[in-house]
Design a protein around this ligand. Structure first.
Ligand SMILES: Nc1ncnc2c1ncn2[C@@H]1O[C@H](COP(=O)(O)OP(=O)(O)OP(=O)(O)O)[C@@H](O)[C@H]1O
Ligand SMILES: [Mg+2]
Length: 274
């Protein structure tokens, strides 16, 4: 963690870069009539696993789109590593490639191979000519093969993506994001629709990658239990508002947002939403 110490009247105050994502009173809309998100406040620590859970249409995907600059807020402040995520912001453009975004649809190119899809993650590091002709240098091919092994796709390097299972496609999407050497991974429902065993395998894979790469993972989930199992914090979104921010402490589920709800109250509140 980078830390800058400042002397102030002989006492010390600490400016820390611990927070990697900060949102303050963020509102956004797709049209002039309705807000998709209202008054969102959140603060995410570097290196943690943060989950977003909520009913369909509550604004989870919209929240991720705000974090990678695909959408801009109508009101409020967003900082990603202290930079405002807007495509016309030069600082953000420079750091954009360090945000690995896996959309709900995965965004894979189905009629090219596994390794070709994964290599796309290295495009920002290539020269213009290499990028134009998709001429990947040897070191990037070696790195892609290393990641293929890491995500458990050895032997399937040359297989076209449309020939893969749902779980395998998700592994390719994760591998392509890891190929970017990201500091932040945004994954939108990457384990929804998978069986329990495969979902946990994928979550373990992300947890391992997080530890080795000091990655901050922000993941949208449908399954509250799975979210609580893996995440340090879970934001619960309902009708565009963040209603809870919870996490497991010992045997209890704690609400860090209001700080005064019991585990039972939280579970009752969540079951009303589900
Ligand atoms: N491109 C769009 N144009 C207009 N409205 C949109 C658009 N995308 C989303 N919305 C609306 O914004 C709200 C939040 O949508 P969002 O996709 O963020 O929900 P979600 O929580 O991700 O849902 P799901 O669990 O079904 O993926 C919804 O009311 C949705 O209809
Ligand atoms: Mg969504």
């Amino acid at each position: 963690m980078n830390q800058i110490q400042m002397s102030q009247n002989s006492s010390f105050s600490l400016i820390s870069t611990k927070k990697i994502i900060q949102m303050s009173d963020v509102w956004t809309s797709y049209d002039s009539k309705n807000f998709a998100l209202e008054g969102i406040n959140l603060s995410i620590d570097r290196g943690t696993n943060y989950s977003i859970v909520g009913p369909s249409g509550s604004g989870k995907s919209t929240l991720l789109k705000l974090m990678n600059g695909m959408m801009i807020p109508s009101k409020g402040i967003i900082k990603i590593d202290y930079v405002t995520p807007q495509m016309n912001n030069k600082k953000f453009k420079k750091m954009m490639h360090t945000i690995g975004y896996i959309p709900q649809s995965l965004g894979l190119v189905k009629n090219i191979s596994v390794i070709e899809n994964i290599l796309l993650g290295s495009l920002p590091r290539l020269t213009k000519v290499q990028s134009l002709f998709k001429k990947f240098p040897e070191n990037e091919i070696t790195e892609a093969k290393r990641i293929i092994k890491l995500v458990g796709l050895s032997g399937k390097e040359e297989r076209k993506v449309y020939m893969l299972s749902g779980g395998e496609k998700r592994r390719v999407a994760i591998a392509r994001a890891l190929m970017q050497k990201p500091t932040i991974l945004l994954a939108d429902e990457i384990v929804s629709e998978l069986d329990n065993v495969t979902a946990r395998e994928i979550m373990e894979l992300i947890t391992d990658a997080q530890k080795t790469m000091n990655l901050t993972a922000i993941m949208v989930h449908h399954d509250m239990q799975l979210a609580l199992e893996y995440a340090n914090r879970v934001a619960v979104i309902k009708e565009g508002k963040k209603i809870l921010e919870i996490g497991v402490e010992g045997d209890n589920i704690v609400d860090f947002q209001t700080g005064d709800m019991t585990t039972q109250e939280i579970m009752e509140m969540y079951s009303d939403d589900a």
